[in-house]
Design a protein around this ligand. Structure first.
Ligand SMILES: [Zn+2]
Length: 323
């Protein structure tokens, strides 16, 4: 890649925009338009991460690292230079597309009674929660036309996985949750596979920036579990989107000393509990306190609340959670 092409890429992706898309929040304004915030690269407790949007450069007074958006991607995703470039190219193409797709899906939610009924049945009732999780609905058959109107070419939609090779919307009759660089679609009909992601990584832990400073974190495997706990008033919840954590999610859990309450499904075949035990061992090896929460058999956190469980009872489960 030529020097000029590199400069172009950096111009197209302002560092601040990229940081904010990773949920980074500026904490303090400095002179000359610069910002200080918590460092996303190390376990930071007081803002030591300086961002200069004018120059698109960062420097951390805590871990001593700094550079441009490419350097940030290298450090943040722990990849080498060529992979960092690939990630940025992909992100540049994907970010506006996913935002627009998620925007359309959000508009569709209120227009489809079947989607609202499904959410209701899963315990997702408050408008604040729908807003907080930016929940939408993909009825199918409207995304491709909408994005084409906004000027997105069909090959880009196919590449992002939003449209199938045959040209149809990939998400049909699915409740949609925006993730970091991806979308998760939960089918509301029983005839389709329940879970679906767009191609690519599932990203880090859900809503991590909002919980990473909590000394105690509740980890669940599904977004509807997250939703039920949030609705019940728990704010120190995060979700790994499955019982298998990717390397980045595992690193996030280990980035500071904390207690993690592993609250995976209590399936009758024991697979959730097995995964939780395995994870708790790995966490303990890294000095993290892990506690296994036992739900009544056959329940996940979502069904626990939907079937009448309350916050008080869940608190008791947390207290009883074993090391
Ligand atoms: Zn740092």
């Amino acid at each position: 890649m030529s020097r000029q092409a590199l400069e172009e890429l950096k111009q197209q992706i302002p560092l601040l925009e990229y940081l904010q898309a990773q949920d980074w929040q500026p904490a303090r304004h400095l002179n000359r338009g610069r910002w200080m915030g918590l460092c996303p690269l190390h376990a930071d407790h007081k803002p030591s991460f300086l961002v200069d949007p004018g120059k698109s450069l960062f420097y951390c007074y805590g871990c001593g690292r700094g550079g441009d958006v490419i350097r940030f991607v290298e450090l943040y995703h722990e990849v080498k230079f060529p992979q960092a470039l690939a990630l940025l190219h992909q992100w540049r193409g994907l970010a506006p597309l996913l935002l627009e797709a998620a925007g359309l899906y959000r508009m569709q939610l209120n227009r489809h009674g079947e989607a609202m009924a499904y959410l209701h049945q899963r315990g997702v009732r408050s408008p604040e929660l729908i807003e907080h999780m930016r929940i939408g609905y993909a009825p199918g058959g409207c995304l491709r036309g909408w994005l084409a109107q906004l000027g997105h070419a069909l090959p880009a939609l196919r590449q992002a996985g939003l449209v199938t090779t045959a040209g149809y919307d990939a998400f049909i009759h699915r409740i949609v949750f925006p993730l970091e660089g991806n979308l998760y679609g939960r089918s509301i009909s029983t005839s389709a596979p329940p879970h679906r992601f767009l191609p690519g990584a599932k990203g880090g832990l859900y809503s991590w920036q909002q919980v990473r400073h909590c000394p105690e974190v509740i980890l669940v495997e599904g977004l509807f579990d997250y939703a039920a706990l949030w609705e019940a008033g728990f704010r120190n919840v995060t979700c790994s989107l499955g019982t298998h954590l990717n390397a980045r999610q595992f690193r996030q859990l280990c980035d500071a000393s904390r207690t993690v309450y592993l609250t995976f499904d209590a399936d009758s075949n024991g697979s959730g509990q097995q995964a939780a035990q395995c994870l708790s061992r790995s966490l303990r090896e890294r000095g993290i306190t892990a506690r296994l929460v036992s739900l009544p058999e056959g329940h996940d956190p979502n069904s626990f609340f939907v079937s009448g469980g309350n916050a008080h009872e869940f608190h008791r489960l947390l207290e009883e959670a074993c090391l």
